[in-house]
Design a protein around this ligand. Sequence first.
Ligand code: ADP
Ligand code: MG
Length: 863
Amino acid sequence: MLGKIINNFFLSRNERILKNLNEIVVKINMLEKDLLQLTDYELKKKTDEFKLRLKYGDTLDSLLPEAFSVVREASKRVFGMRHFDVQILGGIILHKQSIAEMRTGEGKTLTATLPAYLNALLGDGVHIVTMNDYLANRDANKNRVLFEFLGLSVGVNVSGISQEDKKKAYLADITYGTNHEYGFDYLRDNMVFCNKQKVQRKLHFALVDEVDSILIDEARTPLVISGPIENSDFLYQKINSLVPYLIPKNKKNYTETDKIGDFYIDYKQRQVHLTEIGLIKLERLLVKHNFLSKSESLYLSKNIFFIHHVLLALKAHYIFLKNIDYLVQNNKIIIVDEHTGRIMSGRRWSDGLHQAVEAKEKVLIHNDNQTLASITLQNYFRLYSKLSGMTGTASTEACEFNSIYNLDTVIIPTNKPMIRNDMSDLIYLSEFDKINAIISDIQDCVKRGQPVLVGTVSIEKSEKISKILKKINISHNVLNAKLHSKEAIIISRAGEPKAVTIATNMAGRGTDIVLGGIKLETRKKQCIVNRKSVFQYSWNKKNHAVIKSGGLHIIGTERHDSRRIDNQLRGRSGRQGDPGSSRFYLSLDDTLIRLFASDNIISFIKTIGMKKGQSIEHPWLNSAIERAQKKVENQNFDIRKQLLEYDNVINEQREVVYRERNKLINISNIHDHILKILKDRINFCIKQYISGNTVNQDSFRSLEKELKNNFYFIKSINKFLEHDTTLYDNVDKLIDLIVTTIQFSYSKNTSLVSKKCSNMIEKSVMLQILDIFWVEHLNSVDFLRQSIHLRGYAQQDPQQEYKRESFFMFQSMLESIKNNVIKSLVNIFYVDFEQKKNVYMNIIDRKDYNEFHLLIMKSIKIT
Ligand code: ADP
Ligand code: MG
């Protein structure tokens, strides 16, 4: 009921927004006549005019109608495509920092050219974000012609290009690239030692294509840059061998009072939890296998990581399943993406899970990595001053977009009315019955000459259907883990008569399925040359045949966890007013129904007395399934929200550290900054020996020793006092004197090399120590996050505890950084300085900065 009210409210709001924007569309349409008169050159000149007017007080909003009409006119001339009015609407929504929901095939690639052009006029760069390298290249190449016609440059930022090319891509007015690449560049830019090594400019405007996939589906895995640390295979193997000793509780609803079993598996959250008796047993096992000594407690903070490792091993055995979550190929574990069914070669699960699975499968265990830098996609995209996105399916997640990214969602009407026939779900008793029904549906399509796209939730399911089709001689294509570009070619032909295409849910997303099929390679020619070619003729024939057969038919072999993914699949059919149909097949064996559907569904089916091979369809069932999906969606939202809440803590700290890093990189005189830290450290040191306002001579000896050790102070404090007796009653003055003496001596030493050289040494030490401690901090906080739920046993709120503790850890990290910077600098500038001085100068003269940093790194003293 409440859901309905909210839904109605959403729709009427949507209408209101569109009505208001329509006025702008009318205005843009009126400008068209005048632009027709302009020569190409005059049209191009408009860009300079707009840029100038922006300088003299015009705003992007005030320029929007003219700028959009110029882009439309240019598109007519270079592509022969005139932006539809609904595309203009979409363009305005994107400019206004919202999400435009535009169905598949509505032409989002062309829509994006409007806000991209307008916002690029500011000269700060516009980032168009795509799901993969193939799409980035494709869209950049497509639209480059248009943007260059208007005098703007286009860059492509994909993986594997050189530093120079990357820089160039970022300097372009409009850059196409993947979310991963942008995010990793940001992290890498914050690991460099000078501005020249950076590639990004400031983050101005990101326009995210397939925004739900990027900001929601991928938001659960943060971007991580990591480096190897020492061998740990032994530990993983040993812990793996403990798994058989631990007994699972397989009950669905576990309660704390349930005493049997060592751990319980939460399939919904994909987590494993040890029970109290499980923990006791584990402690005993660890003692038996010599991991712990007899008297040692498992709960000591240095031992908690055993629990972490055991949980990983249990997860690897009980939750991560071979051929569903991962494949074993060439002695390697290859991840299969849970949403797309795609093989994620080269990706590894983090936090040791990958190693745990490697131990389970007895393949080579790759060394543990430590995180060198990381960020969640949520926090990366929040760095942009302006963000917007487009997709075919956003409205089901409107609430999440709003609460996390502050983005409104607006549904843009289709250009032509949608006539696809979405049929009710058919439910069968068993998986077997269901698959039989699916196969006969496919056979019917083939008989009619109708193309059909079969969507599955996993590679395994795709293979299963493919096997049966092979047996009955129906030729078909299976899409799962091929190259994105190859995938696009297959998908683009999925609309040919009789084509049968089996694909995991989102394979080939971003590629249009044209009825009659279209060869990707010839598309360009077809757009520009508007003549009737042979190709055109044969395509027309195929197109008509497919339309007559009913258009593209979609078969969903299972309902996905999220309605959005189902809508994506449905959306492949019925583009631009095409005919089409869709149907989902379900069975009581489906995971969604087993785990999440209410018992009502099952009892409903039992009461009506369904028999083998029979199916039912009923509107009530449709809404019951939808309720189950909403349950899972909410749960997944909670997981993402929790990840974000945890990440927010580290995010604030990351901002502090990166800001400090940038300050260091840009500072021209770091010496004064170092002197300040020096003063701070000396004060801290002296305060431990002198209390109150009068001087106590007893502790001078030890104080002098401490000052000598830490700051190379080699004077006698008694001499100071003899010289000036008023110092006896004025501690502050005495401290000042000591500080100045040390600072003076330090400065004198640094001046024995050139100013440039000493500056470089100080900078290099600061940056490297900052990085060392930050990396260490990242890993300890990560570890804290994973073990913090154990605090739940002590009735504490884990999240609060996490916040509190990581704050303290951060504070102490900042202190350690200062201490270590001074210690290392003193070490460099005093010990062996005479000998090394010339080496430093020599490297600086040769401008071999990498060697320089390496040399400095060797002299850094960490305590
Ligand atoms: P989407 O990303 O919304 O699914 P695409 O951007 O891939 O859609 O576009 C689908 C097809 O529609 C492309 O072949 C594109 O060239 C074509 N198209 C887009 N806009 C127009 C237009 N205004 N006029 C003619 N064809 C268009
Ligand atoms: Mg697209």
